[in-house]
Write a protein that binds this ligand. Structure first.
Ligand code: GLU
Ligand code: ZN
Length: 314
C-alpha cells in the first residue's frame, strides 16, 4: 500500500484569503512537507454566486508568494483532476446516485421558514437541526408538493454517535441524529452540498490527511458517515485553531485590513510566515523566516489547540 501522505489546500474563491486561511494553509503545507508527502490545491467553487475565477487566480498567487507550493491541482494539473469543484459535478452525481439506490436519500420540500419553525433545538453552531418533516412523505404527498416546489435532497442519518479522533483536537463525538439530523446533499437549485463534494473530492484525490480550520470539526462526523456509506477510506484529520479579532469574533473575509491584499503591502513573505509560525507554536518569537526553513523542525505537538486572538495587527 502506498504510504505517501497526501494533503490538500481546499480554499473557496469567494474573496481574498485572510490571515486565518493562511494559518491553516501553512500548517497543512508544513505537515505534508515534513512527511515528504504530496500537496494538492483544489478550488472549492461550488457556489456559482459567491465564487469567482479571479479570486482563484489570486489565491494561487498569494500561496506562492508565501512560499507554499503544491504538486497537483489548480494551474498545475495531475492525475486526479479536474481540481475545480465546478468541473466535478459528475463525480458528485455518481456518489449521489449510489446513495439514492440504497434508499438513503429523500426530497425535502420545506422552505426555510418551515424548517426553522419545526426545528429541534439549535446546534452548537447556531444552525437548526432538521426535524425530519419530509422523511416519511408518501408518493402522493411528494407529487402534490412537487407542483409548486423544487426539493433539496437529504440523506438519512442513523441514531448513532460518531467519533472523530482528531490529530490535534483529540476525541470529538457527535450524536448525528440529535445534533445534526438528516442533512442536505443537493440544494434545490441543483448545486451539490459541500459535505458531499468534499468527501467525493478527498476520496478521488486520494487525500490521506485533512488539515483545516476548527470550525469544520463539527462537519467531520457527517463527512465520516458519507465515507462509510460509500465504502471509502477515511483520512486523518487535524483541525487547527481559528484566529480571532480582539473582540472575540472569527477573522473572516470581511476583515479587509487583514486580507492578503493588505498583508502583502505591510509584510514581506518571511515576516508573515514568521508571525504565523509563532502562533502555530513553531517559533519562540515572531521573526522572519521562509516557510521552507520550518519544515525540518515542524512538530504537531507544539501546535496549540485553542483559538488565538490576534493582537497588534488591526
Ligand atoms: N472550502 C472550505 C473553506 O474554504 C474548506 C473545506 C475543507 O477544508 O474541507 O472554508
Ligand atoms: Zn423537509
Amino acid at each position: 500500500m502506498d504510504k505517501t501522505v497526501r494533503g490538500r489546500f481546499a480554499p473557496s474563491p469567494s474573496g481574498r484569503m485572510h490571515l486565518g486561511n493562511l494559518f491553516s494553509a501553512l500548517l497543512a503545507w508544513l505537515s505534508v512537507r515534513r512527511a515528504g508527502g504530496r500537496m494538492v490545491l483544489r478550488i472549492e467553487d461550488l457556489d456559482p454566486e459567491r465564487c469567482r475565477e479571479e479570486y482563484a487566480r489570486q489565491l494561487a498567487d498569494d500561496l506562492r508568494w508565501l512560499g507554499l507550493d503544491w504538486d497537483e491541482g489548480y494551474e498545475v494539473g495531475g492525475p486526479h483532476g479536474p481540481y475545480r469543484q465546478s468541473e466535478r459535478t459528475a463525480c458528485y452525481a455518481a456518489a449521489f446516485h449510489v446513495l439514492e439506490a440504497q434508499g438513503l436519500i429523500y426530497p425535502c420540500y420545506c422552505t426555510r421558514a418551515e424548517r426553522l419553525a419545526a426545528s429541534a433545538p439549535h446546534r452548537s453552531d447556531g444552525q437548526a437541526v432538521y426535524a425530519g418533516t419530509c422523511r416519511t412523505l408518501n408518493e402522493a404527498e411528494r407529487a402534490q408538493l412537487e407542483r409548486t416546489r423544487r426539493p433539496a435532497w437529504r440523506v438519512r442519518v442513523p441514531d448513532e454517535v460518531i467519533t472523530v479522533d482528531d490529530g490535534l483536537q483529540g476525541r470529538y463525538t457527535q450524536p448525528l441524529a440529535r445534533d445534526c439530523g438528516d442533512f442536505i446533499l443537493r440544494r434545490s437549485d441543483g448545486v451539490y452540498a459541500y459535505q458531499l463534494a468534499v468527501v467525493c473530492d478527498d476520496a478521488a484525490m486520494q487525500v490521506s490527511q485533512v488539515v483545516r480550520g476548527r470550525d469544520l470539526l463539527d462537519s467531520t462526523p457527517r463527512q465520516m458517515y458519507l465515507y462509510r456509506l460509500m465504502g471509502w477510506k477515511i483520512p486523518e484529520f487535524y483541525h487547527v485553531p481559528l484566529l480571532l479579532a480582539p473582540d472575540g469574533r472569527r477573522l473572516s473575509k470581511r476583515e479587509k485590513d487583514l486580507d492578503m491584499g493588505a498583508l502583502r503591502q505591510r509584510f514581506t513573505p518571511e515576516e508573515l510566515v514568521g508571525l504565523l509560525a509563532f502562533w502555530a507554536g513553531q517559533l519562540e518569537r515572531p521573526e522572519p523566516v521562509a516557510a521552507a526553513e520550518l519544515v525540518r523542525e515542524f512538530d504537531w505537538a507544539r501546535v496549540p489547540r485553542e483559538d488565538r486572538v490576534v493582537t497588534g495587527l488591526l
